[in-house]
Design a protein around this ligand. Structure first.
Ligand code: C2E
Ligand code: MG
Ligand code: MG
Length: 296
């Protein structure tokens, strides 16, 4: 009946969006199966969030000139009891669609703040933890970041201990609320990184207009780095531009010694990738920091 028709239309719309928006898509029974799968996975995700089953992993961000770990990116992990590890690329969209992203984000923030406090105390007073914010979290009306700030005050953590990673798309259709939130973060001393830089619209005027502290060069540029390659030229250009604007650069997805050497030579500030370490649980990251200190 009408309900079914609307449901099917909705499923076709979801498929069209998933294929990159601005297109149409016909309903097929396969879509219904996919929708059912999403529904089940969303339910399982809700259970995992309520049951405290999500995990936080950290991946080192290495200062290229010294080779030392200066920062960490916090990444959420979900070990599904039947499916095994589900990629955030799969479940973050479900979390966004269902609103669970808000709870996940707040939990990730509290965990990140907890570890940042400890690592600043025990490892380096300038240590930073980077947390990802999906557009939906960032643009949320209402409470905004007040609850975060309250929590930071409560545990006595300086805002400078945190970096918020957002994507370029957010700045493109920058509403007042986006501008306001960026200012809010700056007032609290929290820095901002543009994640996956170079893959979106890279509207350069926004780098000046907003207070951005770091550019994270997307993995797709790092992957094919070779002397004289076009990705090398692009990476070099991004680094020079960022530095002229007073931003620091983090290269993502560094997997080989050659990539590390080329980025260092190009003046890139920081690097992150499997060459240094995969994302690991907090206690393993803690051990990594300790053994680094023992070496020094
Ligand atoms: P991202 O923020 O760009 O995170 C970097 C991703 O690259 C991570 O994938 C990391 O495991 C992966 N990576 C790091 N080094 C390498 C490398 O050398 N080679 C390769 N092939 N991959 C590398 P992950 O953890 O699967 O996360 C995927 C995306 O999910 C993240 O991309 C981020 O957009 C999102 N995400 C993860 N955790 C959160 C979270 O807590 N909140 C929100 N809103 N999004 C999150
Ligand atoms: Mg990120
Ligand atoms: Mg990224």
């Amino acid at each position: 009946a009408v309900d079914d028709l609307l449901k099917h239309a909705d499923q076709a719309m979801y498929a069209a969006k998933g294929a990159g928006r601005n297109r149409f898509s016909y309903f097929t029974p396969a879509l219904q199966v996919a929708a059912l799968n999403r529904m089940r996975l969303t339910n399982d995700l809700r259970g995992a969030v309520k049951g405290g089953k999500l995990r936080i992993y950290f991946q080192p961000i290495v200062h290229l000139r010294t080779g030392r770990i200066h920062k960490a990116e916090a990444l959420v992990r979900w070990q599904h009891p039947v499916r095994g590890l589900v990629s955030p690329l799969e479940f973050i969209p479900l979390a966004e669609a269902s609103g669970l992203i808000v709870e996940i984000g707040e939990w990730m923030l509290r965990e990140s703040a907890h570890w940042a406090l400890r690592w600043r105390d025990e490892h380096h007073p300038a240590f930073q933890v980077s947390v990802n914010q999906s557009p939906l979290e960032f643009q949320r009306e209402g409470e905004g970041y007040e609850r975060w700030f309250e929590h930071l005050r409560a545990i006595g953590l300086d805002g400078a201990a945190l970096v918020v990673e957002i994507t370029e798309g957010l700045l493109l259709d920058a509403s007042d609320s986006v501008t306001r939130k960026l200012l809010q973060l700056r007032d609290a001393g929290i820095q901002v990184a543009l994640d996956d830089f170079g893959t979106g619209y890279s509207s350069l005027s926004y780098l000046n207009k907003f207070d951005i502290d770091y550019l994270k060069i997307d993995r797709s540029f790092t992957r094919n780095l070779a002397p004289q390659s076009s990705d090398m030229a692009l990476s070099e250009a991004i680094i020079v531009m960022a530095h002229k604007l007073g931003l620091r650069v983090v290269a993502e997805g560094v997997e080989t010694e050659l990539q590390r050497a080329l980025l260092l030579a190009a003046g890139c500030d920081y690097a992150q990738g499997f060459l240094f370490s995969r994302p690991v649980p907090a206690d393993e990251f803690d051990t990594m920091l300790r053994s680094q200190r023992a070496l020094a």
